[in-house]
Design a protein around this ligand. Structure first.
Ligand code: URA
Length: 436
């Protein structure tokens, strides 16, 4: 039989004209792009065609598999503690503003005896990254070997580290390209990006936090639900017990966005306090992860109150070279934005806060840039609260005060002050499982 021959232009044309890609086209283009045979400009055109034309479920599943096959698969089935096998459960968020939930969640879930291999990423654009946040802790490092990850999971139960270069390398290359070509907000590309990493990571169960709203990639509940359903199906088909929560991302989470600021807020939650919405999300996701790992009938709030989750946090940070008791870096410069009228806060715009934190130095504009641990935004009011003209709305923090103008510009209309209080509700707006 003569082997089929592919070329980038005909693959691009197929999708541009609204047709489904064949399995052979998908396998070839993903592997050829990773190997450098398909060029960035060709993959950009294909990513845009996928964003505009969409993909069938079969195509998304095959694209995910092709991305997994560009790298190694990790294996956690051999983990043991006290002679008993350990069950691994991971969580992945589609990305939000002030989303520091991984920080208290991983040690909390581990404190009930599950192993949490949290392979995380860096922030890009307006959304923060877990690794950038944790690097605010003096000495902490994210580049661990597979042996170090295994040791920490068996001894401490939780590890938050960078996915190695060998894990789904196609996604690393494609995600960076999508970020600079306006092709992030595509359901097939987000689903395959997340699920390729999570399946390759080898976790036995996975809980997805699919964000919906102005500060999320999915602006509507219908799109978020579709994304969640596709990821849940792909995960379960690959043997990973996967479920998803849909959670609101119109308002930023907690009271801070920025690296050291968010670590400090996470420590408040681990000490049994912290903003109510951060606690709500942490507990909802913890319940989902514990159930996925076979643990029922416990109230995860208990181990926040009694300090057991904090003990795991301290062991996890120390195990990765960090000093959990060291002071966190604080910005040399801060500037307050005040309310220009009295009234009730109708909303705080998550996207505006995310962009402001990024511009103040908490995020990067180009791949590989250093971020400022100290930079970010604190908001002093929440939707529904009364303010009087002159009250502080936001404090901006940075090491480079020439950034204040850009931060203030982003925050100019971020707090809407009116006369009516908005309806307040739970952050959790839905749940998606394989049979729902
Ligand atoms: N997170 C990912 O890992 N990939 C995406 O495409 C979007 C969010």
């Amino acid at each position: 039989m003569v082997a089929e021959v592919f070329d980038a232009v005909s693959v691009i044309r197929t999708k541009r004209d609204g047709q489904a890609l064949s399995d052979g086209q998908i396998d070839w283009v993903v592997s050829a792009y990773t190997a450098g045979l398909v060029h960035d400009e060709q993959m950009s055109a294909l990513a845009m065609a996928i964003l505009l034309r969409g993909m069938e479920r079969r195509e998304i599943a095959r694209w995910t598999e092709a991305m997994i096959n560009t790298g190694e698969r990790m294996e956690f089935t051999h983990l043991h503690r006290g002679g008993k096998p350990l069950v691994t459960v991971d969580k992945h968020s589609t990305g939000g503003v002030g989303d520091k939930i991984t920080l208290p969640l991983a040690p909390l879930v581990a404190s009930y005896g599950l192993a949490v291999p949290q392979l995380s990423g860096r922030g890009l654009g307006h959304t923060g990254g877990t690794l950038d946040k944790l690097e605010a802790i003096p000495g902490w490092r994210c580049d661990l070997t597979n042996a170090e990850i295994t040791d920490l999971l068996e001894s401490v139960g939780a590890v938050i580290c960078a996915a190695g270069a060998a894990l789904a390398p196609a996604d690393k290359k494609l995600y960076a390209l999508r970020d600079v070509t306006g092709t992030v907000e595509s359901i097939p590309l987000i689903a395959s990006s997340i699920m390729s990493k999570k399946i390759a990571e080898g976790t036995s169960a996975l809980v997805l936090d699919v964000k919906v709203g102005s500060g999320a990639f999915m602006k509507s509940e219908a799109d978020a639900r579709e994304l969640a359903q596709i990821m849940v199906e792909i995960g379960n088909d690959a043997g990973v017990r996967t479920s998803a929560l849909l959670t609101s991302m119109s308002e930023p989470i907690g009271l801070t966005a920025g690296n050291a600021l968010e670590v400090a807020e996470s420590l408040e939650v681990l000490a049994g306090g912290g903003p109510a919405d951060v606690v709500e999300l942490t507990l909802a996701l913890a319940r989902e992860m514990l159930a996925a790992g076979g643990i029922t009938g416990v109230d995860p709030a208990e181990n926040l109150r009694n300090g057991k989750a904090m003990d795991v946090w301290e062991a996890m940070i120390a195990g990765q070279g960090g000093d959990p008791r060291a002071s966190l870096p604080q910005a040399d410069h801060e500037e307050v934005i005040k309310a220009d009228k009295s009234g009730v806060v109708g909303s705080i715009d998550a996207m505006a806060v995310g962009v402001a934190a990024w511009r103040l130095g908490a995020g990067r504009e180009r791949q590989g840039e250093a971020v400022q641990a100290e930079a970010g935004v604190r908001w002093h009011v929440r939707a529904g609260e009364k303010v009087v003209a002159g009250d502080p709305l936001f404090t901006m923090y940075t090491q480079t005060p020439d950034r204040f103008a850009a931060g203030a510009h982003a925050l100019a209309d971020a707090a809407v002050i009116g006369s009516a209080a908005p309806q307040s509700g739970s952050r959790v707006i839905g749940r998606v499982t394989v049979d729902a």
